[in-house]
Design a protein around this ligand. Structure first.
Ligand code: PLP
Length: 415
């Protein structure tokens, strides 16, 4: 006889859009101006009224002098890397445990991503590993506040200062996460957030760059909007990396962003409450390590990360994962990302087919298996994540998820 599945319905997909977002979109539509940008030296170089209002509000909220909206955080990362005066062949130390755009933004400027390992409890880049990866060519650290957990900024800032490295904060997943009272994203030279569809708040696609440095801000405004076209009219003397793109946010997205910002606190709180309930329900399960939160920080919980203690469990992750999925647990993943093992890094081919840019610089950077043992062990054996950002999880859903874990633990005789 077929066993009864514990959860036999689909969780409701999370949706941050309400009537206020809709009203603001209609207003923009009626105005007939869907983008206010012009790539020349006039008042519209920095976009239309919604874009400028959105950036003003974001600046105030995040206490960042400059906010530059973009059409995605991938665009934002590329713009950030370009603004930092990097040269082809410069090395940027980053983490393999992140979404691929973190590293490809480095490639865009013909710089070399060098992967440091991650901390075993927080999944964030490990400052001790960063130290080991520094070479004469290292110019920057690209840190990622992964899953909503803050990086160890005290250590990263100390290293940046000592070795004269720029610090970029990829806080795509960590909106409102605080490190010692300050928003992550704002702690380095440049940083920012993603506003794609899956994030705590979203504009469909979109992102925001934050910086307190005027010179970087000027370069970021330029790279966002066809930099090369305005260098003459803006009397820009330094032409390095003044190669621009169309990274501009539209008026509709900015209008949605203004509304979304109003509910960001509430939306992050909802995820934190889900986590508190899950932690409470799962805390007594043997061999299951609940998420840790770094001291003096908050966590926005884009993903709810768990770690299996295989010695205590005496059972493989594959079996536990399959059993939980069979019980109807949704949004469960037993994988994240090991970027250094992606084919473009393995084969060292990115643009064209002649191993560019690596061959040009005779770089010895290696991307072989084993260079990030902590990340690889998590990926291959012990990581289990619940993608809580995907669903509007209600009390009943959370209770059933907890029951499913308990049932699986019981059936495998783990308790
Ligand atoms: C850590 C990280 N970096 C960069 C990005 C890219 O952001 P976007 O999708 O807005 O381009 C994402 C998107 O999920 C991400 O999670």
């Amino acid at each position: 006889m077929k066993k009864k599945t514990l959860i036999n319905y689909k969780f409701k997909i999370d949706n941050s859009i309400d009537h206020r977002d809709i009203r603001s979109v209609v207003k923009v539509m009626k105005s007939g101006v869907l983008s206010g940008f012009v790539a020349s030296n006039n008042e519209f170089f920095r976009g239309g009224p919604q874009v400028r209002k959105f950036e003003r509000l974001w600046s105030k909220f995040f206490k960042s002098k400059y906010c530059i909206s973009v059409n995605s955080w991938t665009s934002g990362l590329i713009a950030c890397l370009g603004a930092l005066d990097l040269e082809p062949g410069d090395e940027v130390i980053t983490t393999p445990w992140t979404m691929c755009a973190t590293a490809t933004s480095i490639l865009h400027w013909n710089c070399i991503p060098v992967f440091a390992d991650i901390e075993k409890d927080t999944f964030c880049i490990d400052p001790k590993s960063v130290l080991k990866k520094i070479s004469k060519k290292t110019k920057a650290i690209l840190a990622v506040d992964i899953f909503g957990q803050s990086c160890d900024y005290e250590s990263l800032l100390r290293i940046s200062k000592k070795y004269n490295l720029k610090l970029i904060c990829d806080s795509a997943q960590a909106i409102l996460t605080k490190y010692k009272g300050k928003y992550v994203g704002t702690l380095g030279d440049v940083g920012g957030y993603s506003l794609n569809y899956h994030k705590h708040i979203n504009t469909g696609e979109g992102g925001v760059i934050v910086t307190n440095n005027k010179r970087y801000a000027e370069k970021l405004y330029a790279i966002r909007n066809h930099a090369e076209a305005i260098t003459k009219s803006h009397s820009v003397k330094e032409l390095k990396n003044m190669v621009g793109y169309n990274f501009r946010m539209g008026e509709i997205e900015a209008a949605i962003g203004i509304q979304q910002l109003k509910k960001v606190k509430k939306r992050v709180q909802i995820k934190q409450n889900v986590v508190n309930k899950l932690n409470n329900g799962l805390k007594d399960l043997k061999g299951l390590k609940l998420p840790v939160i770094r001291k003096n920080t908050t966590h926005s919980f884009y993903i709810y990360p768990l770690i299996l203690d295989l010695k205590a469990l005496k059972i493989s992750r594959r079996k536990i994962f399959s059993a939980l999925v069979k019980e109807g647990v949704q949004g469960l993943t037993d994988k994240y990302v090991l970027l250094h093992l992606y084919p473009i890094f393995q084969k060292k081919i990115a643009y064209g087919s002649n191993n560019f840019p690596w061959s040009t610089f005779k770089n010895k950077t290696t991307y072989r298996k084993g260079i990030c043992p902590v990340a690889e062990n998590l990926q291959n054996r012990t990581f289990l994540g619940l993608q809580i950002q995907l669903y509007d999880l209600k009390k009943k859903d959370i209770e059933l998820i907890i029951s499913a874990f308990k049932k699986v633990w019981r059936e495998f005789g783990i308790i």
